[in-house]
Design a protein around this ligand. Structure first.
Ligand code: URA
Length: 240
């Protein structure tokens, strides 16, 4: 198989990130730096190294974490801030976040060492729904809700249509549920700020058919194999 695929399956990075590592000369194949993206690996006989450490294929692992606010959706932080990976200390495999939640966003975050799975969950092409509950400033009008549903012009383009449900309305603050599949940077906060209702608190409450039932803030559970299969099927064929 191709070197980048092997690295992704071993849980080093997504396939695209693995290609960057290859280009950067950080991968050795049988003791030679491999910069050719077309390099082929025979997992039985070849020896692959990443920054001098031998890479071995791992058992894939899929975790559903209820992320507390205050943790970065990354593996390690150069400034020593807490990361989501520190919330799953007993996992042997090197897992990385499946997409990102902002540091101050809470809720459902998947972690995995399966790069192909990660790509299926986060690439907008596969249209995996992400559900958010946002506490927002002020009282939102039905016209503004309509704008969120139809798509909002942000500086990186118009957002795809969203499902929107008003949960609670108040003059000081309101609570709204949004379902989107794009996952652009700070998308929900930017959409709500664009209609004049800055987000006070944001929680991701769902991803496809998954929710946070039974998983308290700061805790995690393994996905069941049938859940993983269903998610992959949803991404590939638009159905579970
Ligand atoms: N949208 C945001 O604005 N922030 C997140 O963390 C996730 C979605």
């Amino acid at each position: 198989m191709r070197l980048a695929k092997y690295l992704a399956q071993a849980g080093i990075a997504s396939r695209r990130q693995a290609e960057d590592l290859i280009r950067a000369g950080r991968i050795k194949l049988n003791s030679q730096v491999a910069t050719d993206l077309a390099s082929q690996v025979d997992p039985q006989n070849d020896r692959v190294e990443f920054d001098g450490v031998v890479v071995s294929p791992e058992q894939p692992v899929y975790i559903l974490l209820n992320k507390p606010p205050g943790f970065l959706s990354t593996v390690a932080d150069s400034r020593g801030r807490p990361t989501v990976v520190q919330l799953v200390p007993n996992i042997k495999q090197r897992v990385f976040p499946v997409g990102r939640l902002d540091q101050d966003t809470a809720g459902l975050l998947l972690l995995s060492n399966d790069g192909a799975f990660t790509n299926l969950m986060i690439h907008p092409r596969y249209k995996i729904d992400k559900k958010y509950e946002a506490v927002i400033r002020g009282e939102i009008s039905s016209a503004e809700i309509g704008m969120l549903r139809d798509g909002i012009c942000l500086d990186d383009g118009r957002t795809a249509p969203a499902k929107v449900r008003l949960i609670r309305s108040g003059t000081k603050e309101s609570v709204i549920e949004l379902v989107i599949h794009e996952g652009r940077k700070r998308q929900v906060k930017r959409m709500l700020a664009a209609v004049g209702h800055p987000v006070i608190k944001l929680t991701r409450t769902g991803l496809a058919f998954l929710d946070l039932a039974g998983v308290k803030v700061g805790q995690y559970r393994y996905l069941r194999q049938e859940e993983v299969d269903k998610l992959i099927d949803l991404a590939r064929h638009g159905r579970a």
